[in-house]
Ligand binder design. Structure first.
Ligand SMILES: Cc1ncc(COP(=O)(O)O)c(C=O)c1O
Length: 430
């Protein structure tokens, strides 16, 4: 089978036969899912009520074109507007994947300016360490070098600003440095050419849960406003409770113009990602008669039903708060385990999105050679010990190990994750 799936041969041959809570059951035994899949699963595996909701939706209608209403679509829109989204983000567009959603958001930003008579305001600023998807446009705007290999020559260039990665900041005042870099880029490229800044509030697996310095987002928001640049928050990974708040941007007193939030929306039970925008963004597009084209499977009724059920569980069981509390426990345990480790430069993250960065030399911060595949080997050691960790990095930033377990994980399993990770890091770096 591994010759045919995935497209190119995989080194790991794992066959999952079932799942429950924070565990996956494989043909070779149970695995603690410390990665929540691809940092997706929030309410846990094996929820019968979600499966039932999907079943009912499927029985009611198999497929309905996205612009039409179904009971599940209406329920999801109402739930999102009443219980999750800020009042300002009143326009909703649904896709089935993160890449499609990010690309839709980029198009909406470009159309917004074009419909206001500013077609030259069409470029999107990306950040140096980031991942926004796998299509040509989202790969181009992203800062993930390893995923550009083989296609770099056809990717459109974008203005790039540094991700606020304090650990390796070349300046003693990181906040000033990162804010000035953005100002300089806008000045040199010309604000009249820039439609939007695209960024994750807390950088996901590409950087390993990089949290910006306080004051960064407030300054970025102000600079975007001053230059008529839309702020697009990519919360495909951080949305719906992953970092201990409903959305990652809510750690700071700002709001985006366009919010993309996905993996956790349907908790992994169905493919569904939302693009949410303000009236200010959408109004000129509507008045100008431009179309925000749907994807065939966007807002699929069964996916909307899964999402309503997952959002209900998140609130009923207070799981966003649990993500915050268990995230603190995980962060504290990781900090105690690794604070004096010679090969761990940093423990970082918020809520149940945490990561460690492994280095050859903790003082010099120099990485291990790429060929050593440190994070891949740590993930391999974890699997041998029954835990699935999530390797991160971009190739340039590397040797990152991420953790993003389901929010229902038990405290004892949080502790086991840390003990096992320490063993794995020791083994691989010895
Ligand atoms: C922040 C972010 N944006 C976009 C994507 C792309 O999503 P998808 O793989 O569903 O296309 C991802 C996927 O990991 C992501 O983490």
């Amino acid at each position: 089978m591994s010759d045919h799936w995935p497209f190119l041969q995989s080194t790991r041959d794992i066959h999952v036969t079932g799942a429950e809570g924070a565990y996956l059951f494989t043909k070779n035994g149970p695995l603690l899912d410390a990665a929540g899949g691809a940092i997706v699963v929030n309410v846990g595996h094996g929820r019968q009520e979600v499966a039932d909701a999907v079943g009912r939706a499927t029985a009611q209608s198999s497929y309905v074109v996205p612009p039409w209403l179904t009971d599940e679509r209406v329920a999801l829109v109402e739930r999102l507007r009443e219980d999750w989204l800020p009042e300002s983000l009143s326009r909703l567009h649904m896709t089935s994947g993160g890449s499609e959603a990010v690309e839709s958001a980029m198009k909406i930003a470009i159309m917004h300016h074009a419909s206001r008579g500013q077609p030259k305001k069409c470029r999107i600023i990306g950040r140096s360490i980031s991942y926004h998807g796998t299509t040509l446009a989202t790969t181009a705007v992203g800062g993930h070098e390893a995923r550009k290999v083989g296609i770099a020559h056809v990717l459109n260039p974008h203005p790039v600003v540094p991700t606020p990665y304090v650990l390796r900041c070349p300046d003693t005042d990181p906040l000033r440095y990162f804010v000035e870099e953005l100002e300089k880029t806008i000045a040199s490229e010309g604000a009249e050419t820039i439609a939007a800044l695209l960024a994750e509030p807390i950088t996901g697996s590409s950087g390993g849960a990089i949290v910006p310095p306080d004051g960064y987002w407030e300054a970025v928001r102000r600079i975007c406003d001053q230059n008529d640049i839309l702020l697009i928050m990519d919360e495909v990974m951080t949305g719906f409770g992953r970092t201990g708040t409903d959305f990652g941007y809510q750690h700071w007193p700002i709001e985006p113009d366009i919010l993309i939030a996905g993996k956790g929306l349907a908790g992994g039970y169905a493919p569904l990602v939302g693009v949410f925008a303000t009236d200010r963004v959408a109004q000129p597009i509507a008045e100008h008669g431009y179309n925000v084209m749907f994807h065939t499977f966007g807002a699929h009724p069964a996916a909307c039903a899964a999402a309503v059920s997952v959002l209900t569980i998140l609130r009923r069981e207070n799981l966003v708060e649990r993500s915050r509390m268990l995230g603190e426990r995980l962060h504290d345990r990781l900090t105690s385990a690794f604070s004096n480790h010679p090969h761990v430069a940093e423990v970082r993250g918020r809520g149940l999105l945490q990561a460690i960065e492994i280095v050859r030399d903790r003082d010099m911060l120099d990485p291990f050679p790429v060929e050593d595949s440190i994070s891949g080997r740590v993930v391999g050691e974890g699997l041998k010990r029954g835990i699935f960790f999530y390797g991160g990095g971009t190739g340039v930033v590397r040797d990152i190990v991420c953790m993003g377990p389901p929010f229902v994980i038990e405290e004892t399993d949080v502790d086991r994750m840390v003990e096992t990770l320490l063993e794995c890091v020791d083994k691989v770096t010895a």
